[in-house]
Write a protein that binds this ligand. Structure first.
Ligand SMILES: [Zn+2]
Length: 195
């Protein structure tokens, strides 16, 4: 197994807190030769295109972890065959960051609503770890393309456990249902400590 990390990233607080350890299993369908590659990802880029509406975080996660296949020459059997790539999470972070891929390669923006849970997100379809996550912040993007727009944040206070909108110099309280909107772009989830 090849680990793409170097020692520096392993020691970093940022990687300790935020990195998903993703294990990709690569298999040649000709000789069934397998290898695994491990990589740390500080956020998961979740696809939105090609997914039937209504969109949800779980559907986008399913698309990210869907087995991919491509034709390539296998180093073991030296033939050009179908090779499959299957990803799973081998280590969950304390803070999980998901970036919805709203921005397309053509610089426009997918403005569909993606439903995401405020509490009890469990990634058990993609990991052996069944820890539960609660939403703690959302980075929003308002605007119709990557060339213009505005970013602002919703975050849950540690003091009163209520949601607030932080938009330039304005801080306003929010109702829980306002936290989930079609402007949600980067989602921050905090692992819940088991009691
Ligand atoms: Zn092969």
């Amino acid at each position: 197994m090849k680990n793409l990390d170097n020692d520096l990233t392993k020691k970093s607080f940022i990687y300790e807190e935020f990195a998903f350890e993703i294990l990709t299993s690569i298999e040649c369908t000709g000789c069934t030769g397998k290898k695994e590659i491990s990589e740390d990802m500080l956020s998961l880029p979740l696809p939105m295109s090609g997914i039937p509406e209504p969109l949800s975080l779980m559907k986008c996660l399913d698309a990210f972890f869907k087995t991919q296949s491509t034709m390539q020459t296998c180093k073991t059997c030296q033939t050009k065959t179908q090779t499959t790539f299957k990803k799973r999470i081998s280590k969950l972070p304390n803070i999980g960051i998901f970036q919805l891929q709203r921005m397309t390669p053509f610089l426009d923006k997918n403005q569909s609503l993606v439903e995401y849970p405020e509490i009890n997100l469990v990634l058990n379809g993609f990991s052996m770890d069944h820890s539960s996550y609660n939403l703690s912040a959302v980075c929003n993007h308002v605007g119709s393309s990557t060339k213009n727009g505005h970013y602002f944040t919703f975050a849950k206070s540690w003091v009163d456990q209520k949601w607030y909108s932080f938009n330039d110099q304005t801080i306003l309280p929010l109702k829980n249902q306002e936290v989930i909107s079609s402007e949600g772009y980067i989602l921050f989830y905090e692992k819940q400590i088991k009691t």
